[in-house]
Ligand binder design. Sequence first.
Ligand SMILES: *Cc1c(COP(=O)(O)O)cnc(C)c1O
Length: 391
Amino acid sequence: MNDDTPAHAKPETLAAQALGWVDEKTRAVTPPVHASATFIRDEDNQYRSGRAYGRADNPAFDQAEALIARLEGGAQAALFASGMAAATAVFQALAPGDHVLAPKIMYWSLRNWLVNFAAPWGLQVELIEMTDPAAVRAALRPGQTQLVWIETPANPLWTVTDIAATAALAHAAGARVVVDSTVATPVLTQPLALGADLVMHAATKYLNGHSDLLAGVLVTRADDAHWQRVKAVRVQIGGTLGSFESWLLLRGLRTLYLRVRQASASAQRIAEHFARHPHVAEVLYPGLPGSPGHAVAARQMQGGFGGMLSVRVKGHDPAAAEAAAIAAAAHVRLWKRATSLGGTESLIEHRASVEGAGTPVPPDLLRLSVGIEDCDDLIADLEQALARAHR
Ligand SMILES: *Cc1c(COP(=O)(O)O)cnc(C)c1O
């Protein structure tokens, strides 16, 4: 980057200034939108600009990739057209026959893809209890297991996996470790420093933070052969991010630290408030001292436990509890009834309805994505919705 940012600048500073980049030609402090799909070839038939065609690369990626790589402490980052495009590229860079471990509790669409696409394509996909190191040790096949996929905290039960312990086991067996850190963000967790080889984000969520684009990103610790294959997947399959989305993502990243810290602080308050509520059976949030993942989360997350939690609504029997959960979601006025997460606005959803048959999600569960609104407003709205649902 063409800037004077001191090497010791804190991540908050790097994000707020997008690495201090200034346009050399115009002295603009924000970048232009580079929309070109193609680039001029030199008269002597070379491409000295290093760019030929928009599916392979785009100057619009450079700054966001550099900033995200820096915030994660990685060697390189690569933007993708969605979180799913980024995640699936990691698996598509493997070979048929390779054995991979993934969690039973994880982002629903990716688990579906692993089971319904990656497995028929030839990957040996094994879903395990990733939060349990003994289960990881038992499932690893030294020399055959190529990849261990971690999501922490994991959708939508917010289970916590010990990245350092799992990476030590995986590395001893010769497997690579990838962490879906969408919910933790670099603000709260540094997976590469804990031993992960790759970090993946649905940048659709907190990194962009405004619910107005789809994007994904991978960050690698090392520029190795697997990383080169991952980048080849992006170019050849074409899950390339658009220019305008890249520009918007960089704009969203400038406020990442403010947004994530506010959402985390509010989520902690909301979790504590509803953990002892007459209409709530259980609150799932790693920030609650009684929660199963709390000890590991307290070690591996800094400055908060994230903006995501789930609430299990009470009922006389399972059917009544499910009906009460759906009714509570119907009665909110401030919270928006929608899927996704990580935006400025708070979202609520009846998760089992989204995931459908075969989901491990309890039918009485409401997933909450806490935004940056006034926290008292959010609590009051949930209070009135639960009260109406139980009337
Ligand atoms: C949303 C999400 C994804 C997928 O990202 P898309 O941008 O929707 O493709 C993957 N992992 C997690 C944890 C997510 O929340």
